[in-house]
Ligand binder design. Structure first.
Ligand code: PLP
Length: 437
């Protein structure tokens, strides 16, 4: 390689553009930000240019960057045993599973570890199909469940369409009052009508053909769509009525993001299977999994579970889970997310919306917020892509990494974000909105 340059940011950019093929992108016009290091809610490039990470990367770095307890746990495990097959018993893997089960509702007793969120969904769907002997999976159009066979077809958004090679998936509309599919004007109306719609979809598909309803507890990438009163409890009741399993996808919403260990714990619902990834260890090592209750695990007491992965329960991932969950507990990190959301971030974003016409709605909880951007508050016409692009550049150039999806900016800092960092970020959003729009 002719890499004689001493400018490491330039080298990182050059190597990236020459050799790295990126996700979900047309490759030619990409210009990724260089990130060389980080701490807490801040990252920097090689030259030391600092950014507030209000994306938590892909909404997964819940414990913040380079938490010393997680790094230390990985180091210690690497020194002892850096890899082991999934069929062995391993102490660290068991400790990780025990800590995850301890935070789940009563009756959940086992963890099946995967490499990330998508394969957690794959395996939850597989378990639901084998447990019920049925085939179909119902999920919402406004959802993202991952980029593998069944997970991408369960996904509702545009990423499903070029990938529709799995069968047995049916989509329906979930509640989203700001852009209601049900002509609703109150959260209660939206909830009741969305439930009636789901009932009709179940009846029309044939309840006896449906293995599971799969929902993100709080749809994340689709816009941080906080479920209206009674919706998730109503879905639970429908699932019970028709003997269908309820899988709640906690990959993005789980492990602190909403200010609770699991998002569903705020919505009076207990699922049959829980999928997780991201926040469980903040992505320091790739991992995900399915949390399984006794009665579903028992299906596979005598019968072989036809699924597995070379790296299921990888010891470095397991160690990072133990380190992350213990630190989150002892340092009150989930409580910090809740407090920041209620006291600082929520009120600050609502104030921002009073100043800037382009913010049509602010919604969220904990460190999980969306700003829905519109060209016109009356018609709610989405702000055009060119304007969103300008805003995004204005944020990055002012030292804030935003998370953007469609016509929205998601405000999703790590759960460890401080009051001062929120103040700094709010000032940057304010300034960037004023300059760009
Ligand atoms: N489910 C949800 C709700 C997600 O947000 C994601 C990723 O963003 C996934 C599943 C897929 O996870 P992964 O990218 O780790 O495969």
């Amino acid at each position: 390689l002719s890499d004689a340059t001493t400018d490491l940011d330039e080298l990182a950019t050059r190597l990236d553009r020459e050799y790295v093929f990126h996700s979900w992108s047309a490759q030619k016009a990409l210009a990724p930000v260089v990130i060389a290091g980080g701490s807490g809610s801040v990252v920097w490039d090689h030259a030391g240019k600092r950014y507030l990470d209000f994306s938590s990367q892909l909404v997964n770095v819940n414990i913040g960057h380079q938490h010393p307890a997680v790094i230390e746990a990985i180091h210690r495990q690497a020194d002892q045993l850096a890899t082991v097959g999934p069929s062995a018993a391993n102490l660290t893997r068991g400790e990780a599973a025990k800590r995850i089960v301890a935070r789940a509702p009563e009756g959940f007793s086992k963890v099946f570890f995967t490499n990330g969120g998508a394969d957690a969904i794959e395996n939850a769907i597989r378990m639901a199909r084998l447990h019920t002997g049925r085939d179909k999976v119902l999920s919402t159009y406004r959802s993202y469940h991952g980029n593998t066979g069944a997970a991408i077809v369960a996904t509702g958004d545009w990423r499903r369409m070029p990938n529709e090679f799995a069968r047995g998936h049916v989509h329906f509309f979930g509640p989203y009052l700001y852009r209601s599919e049900f002509w609703a004007t109150t959260p209660e109306e939206e909830s009741a009508r969305a439930l009636q719609h789901l009932r009709r979809v179940i009846q029309s598909e044939g309840p006896g053909t449906i293995a599971a309803i799969l929902l993100e507890s709080v749809p994340g990438t689709a816009g941080i769509l906080i479920p209206p009163p009674g919706y998730l409890a109503g879905v639970r009741a429908l699932a019970d009525e028709y003997d269908i399993l309820l899988i709640l996808d906690e990959v993005m919403a789980g492990f602190g993001r909403t200010g609770r260990w699991f998002a569903f714990q705020g919505y009076d619902v207990v699922p049959d299977l829980i999928t997780f990834a991201k926040g469980v260890n903040s992505g320091y090592v790739p991992v995900g999994g399915v949390i399984i209750p006794d009665r579903i695990a028992a299906t596979f007491d005598e019968r072989v579970f036809p699924g597995g992965l070379t790296y299921s329960g990888h010891p470095l991932a397991a160690a990072s889970i133990v380190g992350a969950l213990d630190a989150m507990e002892s340092e009150g990190i989930v409580e910090n997310a809740r407090r920041i959301g209620t006291e600082k971030l929520g009120p600050g974003l609502r104030e921002l919306a009073e100043k800037h016409e382009a913010i049509g709605e602010v919604r969220g909880e904990g460190v999980f917020w969306a700003l829905e951007l519109v060209a016109d508050r009356e018609t709610r016409e989405p702000l055009p892509a060119a304007a969103i692009g300008k805003l995004k550049s204005a944020l990055v150039s002012r030292g804030l990494l935003p998370f953007q999806a469609d016509n929205r900016i998601h405000v999703v800092p790590p759960c460890v974000v401080t009051d001062d960092e929120v103040d700094e970020a709010l000032a940057i959003y304010d300034d960037a909105f004023a300059a760009a729009l």
